[in-house]
Design a protein. Structure first.
Length: 602
């Protein structure tokens, strides 16, 4: 659910008051014979709202608005549609509102949001422009731009949001709020150069604006200018004693790989503010990265009593128990993860432990089924997981029967459709892992015939092309996916890495990887991709920052090979050799490391 932020509510009240003073609306006669219909829809809307059926309420208010000359019905429909994410209903309500009250700038704001949600950047820019002009009439354009940014920041389509804000800043230039807001959105969409430019502009216009300085520091780090970023943050931390500033400095140090300084700062923050959850969480992740399981366990045990960090804490407590070979404790912790981004993976890990460590395949299947029933929003994931588990248990016929039956029982159930499509992904992956590439391709084609244009099926097909050495086919498939799903970090990173590793399209690749990194800034695979593309572009120092951080988060042999190559290119040959020997000890059969060793020995 989305709700209007308090600042927007306050601004809307002020704008509405000014509009009321400035104009006296002329009533439009209600069309003859429609008052009963209007009252009927309004009553049904109110009943639905009071019963908690808010989607029905929005649609009934819209029907009343389409018949009535009273803009309040359109306003209520638009507000409900905004909260519920009902784009079509909201757009119709906002347009009707504008017909009935063309000078009410709030209607332009809502119309701008709904146009943005449809991807119509030009129309959204026009509507937001009218809103900013209205705010400018009673204050200044910067305030209006700030309110637009506040709205756009919660929208998932970051590329469209950035495009809209870029146009608005061009239309209303010279405001710190506009530059700051554009920099924020550009960071989210992965356009770090644009973010850096406008964050710097905001700091120049308002040198005393702390938030702009902090954003500028983050933009510097994201752009690979870690020394400048840390120097600025160090100054800000010395000039400002607020906890928020100190925490951001610690996070920046961790992102830059300066773990010792980060620990010292976090320890100091906790000394001054015992039990501060944000500092404890940062220290817990630092301990995990250094394999200090005792410290990490203590900190996550403390954090699990905080509602915000409960699920995340149980997930990492499960990981710690797994590393300690405590299967029962691990499954108990994983089972308690019922929300958040780790919920699905936690249940998959629990099921794997039951299958492999406890040799209880039926218990694993039952666990996944019961979790899906108790948490319906994860029902698709659990169906897929059960199918994958059955495949792992060499029961592929049972896996197909499970999902075929579910689809036959309710062919319109999107949850089941998704699970059925994912079954073909799992079957194809199983075939590919056995080297049966023709079988894998046939399964994916069969899946796409039943579920045309399904994202995961298409993505699996692109990866299968790579398995078969058909890199150009894979690149074309991933490019098509990136056009259809421009905000999917997995697709963006896969395309960016392929263009980096197999082709000479480094500048283009960097753009894709930047967008992926903006979506998942702590994903080690994406951080590694960014480091590798910078290496290919000849920015060895910038590459080192990213690759060093990626290797700390995930000591994969491929990441190690990238880091060795970068250290060698920087002339730090002994460090490169030491790292290479260490990585080869852990992964003696890795082809990249062995090839790199031969090359360096020459």
């Amino acid at each position: 659910m989305r709700h209007l932020p308090n600042s927007l509510l306050a601004a809307f009240c002020a704008i509405a008051a000014c509009a009321a003073l400035a104009q006296t609306p002329t009533p439009t006669p209600t069309p003859k014979g429609t008052q009963v219909d209007i009252d009927s829809h309004a009553l049904l809307a109110q009943i639905a709202f009071e019963d908690g059926r808010r989607e029905d309420a929005a649609k009934e208010f819209l029907q009343a608005a389409l018949l009535s000359d009273d803009p309040s019905f359109a306003e209520r429909a638009a507000r409900l549609a905004y909260d519920l994410g009902l784009t079509d209903t909201g757009l119709s309500a906002a347009r009707r509102w504008l017909v009935l009250a063309p000078d009410d700038s709030r209607a332009h704001w809502f119309s701008g949001i709904f146009e943005a949600r449809t991807g119509n950047a030009d129309a959204a820019t026009s509507e937001f422009g009218e809103f900013v002009s209205a705010v400018q009439a009673i204050g200044n354009a910067g305030s209006g731009l700030g309110l637009v940014v506040e709205a756009l920041s919660s929208e998932p389509d970051t590329a469209t949001a950035t495009k809209i804000m870029t146009s608005l800043v061009e239309r209303f230039p010279g405001t710190a709020e506009g530059d700051y807001g554009l920099a924020q959105l550009a960071m989210r969409s992965g356009d770090f150069d644009l973010a850096l430019q406008h964050a710097e502009s905001a700091t120049k216009q308002r040198p005393d604006w702390l938030e702009a300085e902090l954003l500028y520091a983050r933009a510097l780090l994201a752009s690979g200018k870690s020394d400048q970023a840390l120097a600025l943050m160090d100054k800000l931390a010395q000039d400002h004693g607020e906890i928020e500033v100190q925490l951001q400095y610690a996070e920046l140090l961790l992102s830059a790989g300066q773990t010792q300084k980060a620990r010292m700062l976090l320890d100091k923050i906790l000394d001054d503010n015992p039990g501060l959850p944000e500092a404890s969480r940062a220290l817990a992740f630092l301990a995990m990265s250094e394999n200090d399981l005792d410290t990490a366990e203590k900190l996550f045990n403390d954090l699990r009593y905080q509602d915000r960090f409960r699920d995340e804490s149980f997930y990492y407590l499960g990981r710690i128990a797994e590393q300690r070979d405590q299967p029962l404790q691990a499954t108990r912790n994983y089972s308690r993860v019922t929300n958040g981004s780790h919920a699905v993976e936690a249940q998959l890990r629990a099921a794997q432990i039951m299958l492999k460590s406890m040799e209880n395949g039926q218990g694993a299947l039952r666990h996944l089924e019961e979790f899906g029933e108790a948490n319906p929003r994860f029902k698709t994931d659990m169906l897929v997981a059960r199918g994958q588990l059955l495949l792992e248990m060499k029961r592929s016929d049972d896996a197909r029967s499970l999902l075929d039956s579910a689809l036959a029982a309710d062919p319109k159930d999107q949850t089941v459709q998704e699970a059925h499509a994912q079954l073909y992904v799992a079957l194809a992956q199983d075939a590919s892992s056995r080297g049966a590439y023709d079988d894998a391709e046939q399964l994916l084609e069969e899946g796409l015939a039943q579920h045309p244009n399904h994202r995961s099926l298409r993505y699996s097909q692109a990866l299968l092309y790579q398995e078969r050495g058909e890199m150009r086919k894979s690149a074309r498939a991933l490019e098509d996916l990136a056009k259809d799903y421009p905000d999917d970090p997995t697709v963006l990173n896969a395309l960016g890495y392929l263009l980096t590793d197999q082709f000479d399209r480094y500048t283009e690749a960097r753009g894709y990887i930047q967008k992926a990194l903006a979506k998942e800034p702590d994903n080690p695979a994406i951080i590694d991709s960014m480091g590798w593309v910078l290496y290919k572009l000849g920015d060895y120092k910038g590459a080192l920052d990213y690759l060093d951080r990626a290797y700390k988060l995930y000591s994969d042999p491929e990441v190690a090979a990238h880091l060795v190559s970068t250290k060698w290119a920087l002339g730090r040959k002994q460090e490169a050799l030491d790292l290479l020997r260490s990585a080869l000890e852990k992964s003696p059969d890795d082809e990249r490391l062995r090839e790199l060793s031969k090359r360096i020995d020459k």
